[in-house]
Design a protein around this ligand. Structure first.
Ligand SMILES: [Zn+2]
Length: 302
């Protein structure tokens, strides 16, 4: 009996943590990380809790073996946890719904208010404030297409960690990916867009480059990825390469989506970009991929 109480406490502890995390979007990344490690198959599923309830050799919160048998108490505790997890997930998704996460600035532009969330939606209609930069940027420890150091090697910590796992997973299958460009500040994006606009005109530039504030790269959650096989180019040829095909197939397993899909230009506002991946966590990434939706479509459902 003592053992099952220990297990139940551990399970309930997880439930409590989930509920607490759900109300603190800035640290909700921890849940995303934990979910990433467990890689649940679908929204609302909770593999971790199922493990605790059905395993004959569970571990307690300190990682010690507690060798409990499944009993009614554990099942009840686990199902309570799953209900809490699902409720927390729904609540978190609702907190991040596009309609609730935008405010008009003095210039009449729609500015996102959940800029620190891994589910922030940035596009041509929803901008990041010019003053926003993430406070947890780190250099991703992956292969880059260039040598030396650059701010664009950075991602937010949660996305960098996921990217490192993605690249390691690719390498195991003899797929050599190269990161090309990650975080980009508002000022850097302004400089890039202004240059394109000078060369191509603003309307043309806007089909392949983003106005400052409208680039996902400012979130620190997006990375452009290519490969030596296409000379590290960021164009549709990457999508046809074996590396690009691997990325499209497996990015979601690590919490990333191909953000600008073929045939979705009208919904995302951008041409097909097989190289641009965006971190959203494995739960959302898996659903977006399975349902063949854009992030805009998926988030609007909550
Ligand atoms: Zn990009």
């Amino acid at each position: 009996m003592k053992k099952s109480i220990a297990i139940s406490s551990a399970v309930l502890g997880v439930a409590a943590a989930v509920v607490i995390l759900s109300s603190q979007t800035t640290i909700f990344g921890d849940l995303f990380n934990r979910l990433d490690n467990k890689a649940p198959a679908s929204v609302g599923s909770s593999q971790q809790n199922q493990d605790s309830s059905t395993s004959t050799k569970a571990t307690d919160s300190k990682g010690n073996d507690t060798a409990g048998q499944t009993d009614d108490k554990e099942v009840a505790a686990a199902s309570a946890t799953m209900t809490s997890s699902q409720a927390a997930f729904q609540a978190f998704m609702h907190e991040n719904s596009p309609a609730l996460t935008v405010t008009k600035n003095a210039g009449g532009k729609d500015i996102v208010t959940n800029m620190n969330s891994p589910l922030v939606l940035v596009n041509k209609k929803r901008e990041l404030a010019s003053t926003y930069s993430p406070n947890d940027l780190v250099v991703a420890k992956v292969t880059f297409s260039f040598s030396g150091t650059s701010p664009k090697q950075q991602l937010r910590a949660i996305a960098a960690q996921a990217l490192e796992k993605l690249f390691a997973g690719a390498k195991k299958e003899d797929i050599e990916l190269a990161a090309v460009s990650g975080y980009r500040s508002y000022v850097a994006q302004k400089s890039i867009f202004d240059n394109y606009a000078r060369e191509n005109g603003e309307d043309e530039a806007n089909t392949f480059s983003a106005h400052p504030g409208q680039s996902e790269h400012q979130t620190g959650l997006a990375m452009d990825v290519s490969s030596a096989s296409v000379n590290y180019n960021l164009d549709e040829s990457f999508g046809e390469s074996k590396e690009g095909k691997w990325l499209a197939e497996h990015a979601a397993d690590y919490g990333f989506i191909i953000r600008y899909e073929k045939g979705k230009e009208g919904l995302t506002g951008y041409m097909y970009e097989p190289w641009h991946i965006r971190y959203v966590g494995v739960v959302v990434a898996g659903q977006v991929k399975k349902d063949n939706e854009t992030l805009e479509q998926f988030l609007a459902k909550f």
